[in-house]
Structure formats: C-alpha cells, structure tokens
Design a protein around this ligand. Structure first.
Ligand code: NAD
Length: 494
C-alpha cells in the first residue's frame, strides 16, 4: 500500500497511525533540515503530543523547509506521501516497532519559492523555528567562534536584504521573517537549535544576530534582545536510510514508503525552558524541560559523540563497516571505555538525576545494537566539524587540569591516519568532509618530513600543536598506526 493520507486507514490495520485529525493541526513550528534525525526525534515527540489529545498540541504541527538543492528529493517524497512517513525502531533483540508519524503537515522547498518560506515564518501562527542544519550549518569559525561573513551565500543574502526571492540561506530567510514580524507588530518566534553543538542555542544566537548586523545596523542588537534561543541536548542514533530499510518497510508492513526512517529505541531531549512565543507542553511526552541543559549536553557530546569519533576512524582502520562491529571489537571496546572513564568523565560536572556509570553502560549497549546498522562512514563524515567541537574541548580541559590525554590524542591521530585516504590493505578510503582537500593534503604531508603537519591547522586544533604533552602522545599513536597498524596500537594504548 502506498503511504499517503487516503490510504491511512488501510495502513492503520497493520501499523499504528496518527489517531488525531491532521487537518485540524496548524504548523506552529517551522523546521529547517528535515533529515533522518528530525523525523526520528522532534517530529516523533510532537506526534506523541498530538496523539495525547492535549488541546495546545494542535497549534504545534510542523512545516518542514529544505534550503539545499539536495532537499528536492525530500520535497517530492513529502508531496507524494502527504508528509507522512514510517518510523521504525530497531530493538536490540531484533524486533521492530513501526509507527506512521503525522506531525509534519506541510513542506516547503525554499529554492522553489523563498518568498513563501519567509511568509510562512512571518505568519502569526508560527511560534518556533527549529533547526537541524548540521554542525557546520551555523557558519561559525571554529577558533574565534565568530560568524563567517564572507561566505558567498551569506554575503549574497545580506546584500539581498528584504528581496526575499533572492534568499538562499537559513540566515537570510529567518532574519527577513523577523524583520517582517517586527514591522507587523508580531512577537518574534523562538529559534530552537537541535544540532549536536555545545551551547547550540548560544551559537544560534551568535550566528543569527551577526547575520542581522550585516543586514542592518542595530538589527543584531534587536535579535539579541528579543529573540529566544533555548539550548538543548538531543539524543537518538539515527543512521541514514538505506535501500534495505525501504525494502524492509514494504516486506514487513506492506507499506510503500519512499523515505522511511530507522533508528534505535533510545531517545532523550533535554531542553532549556526559554521560549518567547509559547511552546508545546513537551514535558508531557518525556522531554526534560530544565533550567540549565549544559551538564546534559557536555555528558552527551563528550561521552556519546566523541566516542563515536573513536569508533569511526579506528573502526574503519579495523575494517568495520558497521558501528556495532567496531563497538564490540575486543581491542576497540576497552579503548573507548577507557577514553570515557579516564578522559571524558573527569571533565564532567555531576548531571542531575544521571548515574554516569550507568549512562556509559547504556552507551556501550546502544553502540553495540546489531540491528541499527549505523555505519562508521556516517560517523566519519564531516570530521573537521566534529573533532574540534566534540573532542578538542575534552583535551583542553584535561591539559588545563594536568590530566592524561593520550587516548584523545590517539583518536585525533586515527583521524589523521584515516585522512591519508588509504586503509591497511591499500584500499582507498572515501573522505567526506567540506574541508576534504585541505585535510587530506595535511595528512599527506605527515607522511613526509613533517609528522605534525595535520595538527598545524590552527583553525581546527588551535594551539594543541604547541603543547608537547599532547603532541608526544599524538606522535606516539600516529607512529604506531603507521608502523604496527590500528590493532596493535590499540592494544598498547588502552
Ligand atoms: P541528514 O543528512 O538526514 O539531514 C540533514 C538536513 O540538514 C538536510 O535536510 C540538509 O539539507 C540540511 N542541511 C545541511 N546543511 C545545511 C545548511 N548549511 N543549511 C540548511 N540546511 C542544511 O542528517 P541527520 O541525520 O538528520 O542529522 C542532522 C543533524 O542532526 C546532525 O548534524 C546533528 O547535529 C543532529 N543530530 C543527528 C543525530 C543522528 O543520529 N543522526 C543525533 C543527534 C543530533
């Protein structure tokens, strides 16, 4: 059965479907970056809320927005399926838990009509603008933390100003909508980042206010003062959808869905209660709405995301295509746990209501779930946005406190080795990174007479290259990777 609104009753005889009246739902949330994660996480929570028949919920349906050319495929899928999709949770015992999610009620593809996106954002019904535009999507310099103003797309959007038909970036679209709301006497919406960045709300504020300053004197100040940017910690491992997943949904449930989402059963969302124009009662569906998310964020980024980086490069060098293989590898598993215990944990403050040992045990189980089929290649993509944001802060905190950094240094070395682009059998490794050329060139230089070449990129590593406590450990690991291979190096290091 093709998945669409008309067939929903028939589909509902086989899997749970929305029981609420979708035609009565208004899009109070406009979301940029409708990918796998948004559909497995935020859209799922709002679908849960709509299912609870809470009166306020129906004002918080989602209008998805795509801004990149590649989002045309999502536009077409959403159009043919009335924005419905199948979410399949894959339990560790192999059982599947499907549900049709109905909380996305509209989808706009900005390149088709940027003006329509701005008007949607400016509509009185819009209360929240949420984002999963990836770690690199905020356009911030890794070292200075400042918004990069000379990116061609950003400069073009700043110059276009209120000529909405020319806007191509999330910054141009959102800021123009804020200007229109101010002119019309409407309160600004809240901008809610759900990307894996420490202080994601603060970073979103920095980026949008800096863009507003580019557009118009004093507009940035107005944004800083009037727009709310809650911080959040988001967690649910969501691999990219594969052809096998599409086939599985058809085979198991008889549903023809062009773009389902599969993910692990675990989910967590800690959200700062800072909203200007109202928010849905998310605490009713398991979201931790808290005054301060920082302890949750640091726990998650330094234990989960940074450990993922250890699994990615060492895992690939050990020939693990899938993350569960890497996470249960007899030499990699103890190394990752030792990183968590000896290097990440000492940098964390106590997290209210969380036992860190249990959290780490759960992480090991989640990483080892054989059914999720997450790939080391996915975790290794965009490393240059990830290592500096997730792992380098752990190194800095430990160096400042005079603690051990040798495992973190080895993870950075494993990335440097990976970026050489050839594995231990001489097979090529496809490096996916927006800074690919630069990173791969540096990795080639380390094979010549400058073994620290990779670390000399100060935009990524700051001054780590000047600290012998770090570079000694890094060089030791890199030498091991070159001379003895990943397995022998791991055995020696953990
Ligand atoms: P995805 O590739 O499925 O979707 C990414 C979406 O972001 C796409 O719609 C893409 O067009 C859009 N996008 C990318 N760069 C953009 C830009 N510069 N401007 C506007 N839109 C842009 O990826 P995903 O798995 O959905 O992950 C997206 C983000 O969600 C991650 O980068 C991360 O910050 C966060 N996240 C993901 C997971 C996960 O397990 N996948 C878990 C927690 C958090």
């Amino acid at each position: 059965t093709a998945l669409n609104a008309q067939n929903l009753a028939e589909v509902g005889s086989r899997v749970p479907v929305p029981g609420y009246d979708r035609s009565a739902v208004t899009a109070g949330v406009v979301h940029f970056g409708v990918g796998g994660f948004h559909r497995a996480h935020q859209a799922m929570y709002l679908d849960r809320l709509l299912s609870k028949d809470v009166e306020a919920a129906k004002d918080y349906g989602i209008c998805g927005v795509g801004v990149l050319p590649g989002d045309a495929r999502m536009r077409d899928t959403m159009a043919s399926q009335d924005c419905l999709y199948t979410l399949v949770l894959k339990h560790p015992d192999g059982s599947l838990e499907p549900r049709i999610v109905g909380s996305i009620v509209e989808y706009l593809f900005a390149p088709d009509d940027p003006e329509a996106v701005v008007e949607k954002l400016a509509a009185p019904t819009t209360r929240i603008v949420s984002l999963t535009v990836t770690e690199g999507g905020y356009n911030l310099d890794d070292i200075t933390g400042e918004f990069v103003t000379d990116t061609p797309a950003v400069a073009a959007d700043a110059a276009a100003g209120s000529d909405a038909g020319k806007l191509t970036t999330v910054f141009g679209l959102v800021v123009e909508a804020l200007v229109r709301r101010r002119e019309r006497g409407l309160e600004p919406f809240t901008v809610m980042s759900c990307d894996n960045l420490q202080g994601n709300g603060h970073l979103a504020r920095t980026a949008f206010a800096a863009f507003a300053d580019l557009r118009e004197e004093a507009l940035g100040e107005w944004v800083r003062e009037h727009v709310h940017f809650p911080n959040s910690m988001v967690d649910r491992i969501t691999p990219a959808t594969t052809g096998d997943d599409v086939a599985l949904v058809e085979r198991e449930f008889g549903i023809v869905d062009a773009w389902p989402v599969v993910c692990e059963p675990f989910t967590q969302w800690a959200l700062e209660d800072s909203f200007g124009a109202g928010r849905p009662p998310l605490e009713e569906v398991g979201v931790q709405v808290v005054p301060d998310v920082e302890p949750y964020e640091l726990m998650k980024l330094r234990l989960l995301n940074a450990s993922h980086q250890a699994l990615a490069y060492f895992g690939r060098l050990l020939d693990h295509e899938l993350v569960d293989g890497a996470a249960t590898d007899p030499d990699l598993k103890p190394f990752v746990r030792a990183y968590m215990d000896a290097e990440a944990t000492p940098t964390l403050a106590p997290v209210p209501g969380v036992d860190l040992d249990e959290y780490k045990d759960t992480l090991e189980e989640r990483f080892g779930n054989p059914h999720v089929r997450d790939t080391t290649a996915r975790l290794a993509a965009e490393s240059s946005d990830r290592i500096p944001k997730w792992l380098v802060p752990v190194v800095r905190a430990n160096l400042a406190a005079g603690r051990d950094v040798h495992r973190s240094a080895a993870v950075v070395a494993s990335w440097a080795r990976y970026a050489e682009g050839v594995d231990e059998h001489g097979e090529s490794i496809t490096v996916v990174d927006r800074r690919r050329d630069r990173v791969m060139a540096a990795a080639q230089r380390q094979l010549g007479d400058d073994p620290l070449a990779f670390l000399r990129d100060r935009e990524l590593f700051g001054d780590l290259v000047d600290d012998a406590r770090f570079t000694d450990a890094y060089l030791d690991a890199l030498r091991g990777l070159h001379d003895d291979g990943a397995r022998a190096t791991l055995r020696r290091l953990r």
